[in-house]
Design a protein around this ligand. Structure first.
Ligand code: ADP
Ligand code: MG
Ligand code: ZN
Length: 479
C-alpha cells in the first residue's frame, strides 16, 4: 500500500503580494501545520491504494502494460468513489519520467520526478483540471480546444480532466466532438460525471467508459480503521461499522463522517459506538421502527405518542412520513428478496427489527400502506397545520389494518357470499415491548374487538375475519 498514508506535499510557498511589498505575516505560527480534512490527506496516489475498484484498476494496468491507452476516458459513479483521484493517477502515470528522468509511461508512477511532484501539487502546466459545473459554455470548451493545439510544456502528454462533464451545454458538447474524435497525439481527455445519462451518446462513443462502484461496507470499515490508526485515533469497531454504513458506498462521505466523529470528543480516550450513533441520528431511525410497530399493531395511542416525542425532538412531520415510506419500501424488499435479511449491505436496524417486522406483515398490506403514505405526504405538504395533518394521517394508517384488502372485496363480489374462514381466536401478539406496555396494548385490542361498533361491522362484513390484521395473519404461538 505504498503511498496511502503519504501526505500530499505542502502547497508551494506564496509569492510576494500584489503591490510588491512583503507578504503579510502568516497569522498561524509555522509550527502548527494547516489542518487538512481526512479525505484530502488520504487521497490515493497509486492505483493499488484505490479501494473497491479492482476491475477498473486491473483494466487500466493492462492498458499501460500493453501501451494501449485510450485518448478519452469517461469515469462515472456516485460522489466520492475515486473518479477525480483516478484521473489524477492516470495523469501522473502518463507523464512520469522516473527518478532518473528516463522512464516512460507506467502504471506505477514514481512520485518523485518533477512531473509526478507538480501534478501531485496541482500545479503542472500540462495537466488542466476544469469543473464543467462552473464552465458550461461553448467558449470554455473552445479555450480547451485551442490549448490542445500546443505541445505540452514539460510533460509528455497534455491531460484535460473535466469534472461533472454532464453540465456542459449542448453547444459545448458539440464543439468538443471533433477534437475528441481525433485529438492530437499528445492529448488525453479524462471526463468524470455523477450523471452519465446526461452525457450525449456521441461523446460516450468516443471514450473508454468505466463505472466506478459503490465501495462495500466491509471494505470501507477496514479502510477507515487504517486511517484512524494512522491518525492515532482510538475508535470502537462498531463505530467504524456505523460510519461505513452511513457512507452509503462513498469513501469521501465516510471520511468526512470520520472527521466529524473525531471532532466529537477530543478528550475522550475512545470514540464509542454510542457517540457515533447519536451523531449519525441513528436514534431517530429507531423511532421510525417504533412508529411502524404501532401502525402494524393498529395502536393509535402509541403511534401518536411516538410522533409527539419525535416532534418534541425537532422532527419535521413530512420527514417522518418520508422515513416511514422508506421503511415500507425496505420491508417490501425484505419480503420479496429473503436473502437480503442476511446481507451486510443492509443496516443493522433493518436486519434485526426490519426482518422481524417483515415476517409479520404481508405484501398487500405494505402496498396499501405505501399508497396511503404517498397520499398522506401530499396532504401534509398542502396542509396549513402540518403537525395536525400528520396526526390525522397516522390515525388513518393505524386503521389500514382493519380495512378489507381489494382481494377480499373481489372475492366477496365474485362469490356474492361471505367467505367464512372461521378464524381461531388469535393468541396475543408477541411484541418487542416491555411486558407492562404489552399488557396495555392487549387490553386495548380486546376492547376494540369487543366494542359494539367493531362487532357489528364484522357481522355486516363477514368477509373480514378478525385475522385480516396483518400481524394476526401470521400469528405465532407465544413462546
Ligand atoms: N476508491 C477509493 N479508494 C480510496 N479512497 C478514495 C476512493 N474514492 C474516494 N476516496 C477518497 O475520497 C476522496 C475524494 O475522492 P474523489 O476521487 O475526488 O471522488 P469523486 O469520485 O467524487 O471524484 C479522496 O481524496 C479519497 O480520500
Ligand atoms: Mg470528483
Ligand atoms: Zn514520476
Amino acid at each position: 500500500m505504498a503511498g496511502l498514508f503519504d501526505d500530499d506535499p505542502p502547497p508551494p510557498p506564496s509569492g510576494p503580494s500584489l503591490f510588491g511589498d512583503d507578504a503579510a505575516p502568516d497569522p498561524v505560527p509555522e509550527s502548527a501545520p494547516a489542518y487538512r480534512v481526512l479525505a484530502r490527506k488520504y487521497r490515493p496516489t497509486h492505483f493499488d491504494d484505490l479501494i473497491g475498484q479492482d476491475g477498473l484498476v486491473r483494466t487500466l494496468r493492462n492498458a499501460f502494460a500493453m501501451n494501449r491507452i485510450a485518448h478519452g476516458f469517461m469515469f462515472t459513479g456516485v460522489r466520492g468513489v475515486g473518479k477525480t483521484t483516478t484521473a489524477r493517477i492516470i495523469a501522473r502515470a502518463l507523464n512520469c519520467i522516473g527518478p532518473d528522468g528516463t522512464g516512460s509511461a507506467t502504471a506505477d508512477p514514481c512520485g518523485v520526478c518533477a512531473n509526478c511532484r507538480s501534478i501531485l501539487e496541482d500545479r503542472h502546466p500540462d495537466v488542466i483540471e476544469m469543473d464543467a459545473a462552473s464552465n458550461t459554455g461553448v467558449d470554455d470548451v473552445r479555450a480547451i480546444i485551442d490549448a490542445t493545439q500546443f505541445k505540452p510544456m514539460m510533460a509528455r502528454t497534455k491531460v484535460f480532466i473535466i469534472d461533472e462533464v454532464h453540465m456542459l451545454s449542448r453547444n459545448a458538447f458539440n464543439a468538443l466532438l471533433k477534437t475528441l474524435e481525433e485529438p492530437p497525439p499528445h492529448v488525453k481527455f479524462i471526463f468524470a460525471t455523477t450523471e452519465i445519462r446526461k452525457v450525449p451518446i456521441t461523446i460516450l462513443s468516443r471514450c473508454q467508459r468505466f463505472d466506478l462502484k459503490r465501495v462495500p461496507i466491509d471494505t470501507l470499515a477496514a479502510h477507515f480503521a487504517k486511517v484512524a490508526a494512522a491518525e492515532a485515533i482510538s475508535i470502537e469497531p462498531g463505530a467504524l461499522d456505523a460510519i461505513a454504513r452511513a457512507a452509503d458506498g462513498s469513501v469521501r462521505d465516510g471520511l468526512s463522517l470520520l472527521d466529524q466523529a473525531i471532532a466529537l470528543g477530543p478528550d475522550a480516550a475512545t470514540i464509542t459506538s454510542d457517540a457515533v450513533a447519536t451523531m449519525l441520528g441513528l436514534a431517530d431511525r429507531s423511532m421510525v421502527f417504533d412508529l411502524m410497530d404501532a401502525i402494524a399493531a393498529g395502536n393509535t395511542a402509541q403511534a401518536l405518542g411516538v410522533l409527539d416525542h419525535a416532534h418534541d425532538n425537532g422532527a419535521e412531520p413530512g420527514q417522518v412520513m418520508q422515513d416511514l415510506l422508506g421503511l415500507t419500501h425496505t420491508l417490501s424488499r425484505l419480503k420479496s428478496i429473503p436473502s437480503l435479511a442476511t446481507s451486510s449491505a443492509l443496516p443493522e436496524l433493518e436486519r434485526t427489527r426490519g426482518r422481524a417486522l417483515a415476517e409479520q406483515l404481508s405484501i398487500p398490506w405494505l402496498g396499501r400502506l405505501w399508497q396511503m403514505l404517498q397520499k398522506g405526504l401530499a396532504d401534509i405538504d398542502q396542509a396549513t397545520d402540518r403537525r395536525a395533518c400528520a396526526d390525522m394521517v397516522l390515525i388513518r394508517l393505524c386503521f389500514v389494518a382493519d380495512a378489507p384488502t381489494p382481494g377480499d372485496l373481489l372475492r366477496q363480489l365474485r362469490d356474492g357470499a361471505p367467505t367464512p374462514t372461521p378464524a381461531p381466536q388469535p393468541p396475543p401478539l408477541q411484541r418487542r415491548r416491555p411486558v407492562a406496555a404489552r399488557g396495555g396494548q392487549r387490553r386495548a385490542h380486546q376492547q376494540r374487538r369487543r366494542s359494539p361498533r367493531a362487532n357489528s361491522r364484522r357481522e355486516r362484513n363477514p368477509i373480514h375475519p378478525p385475522d385480516a390484521h396483518p400481524l394476526r395473519a401470521n400469528r405465532r404461538p407465544r413462546s
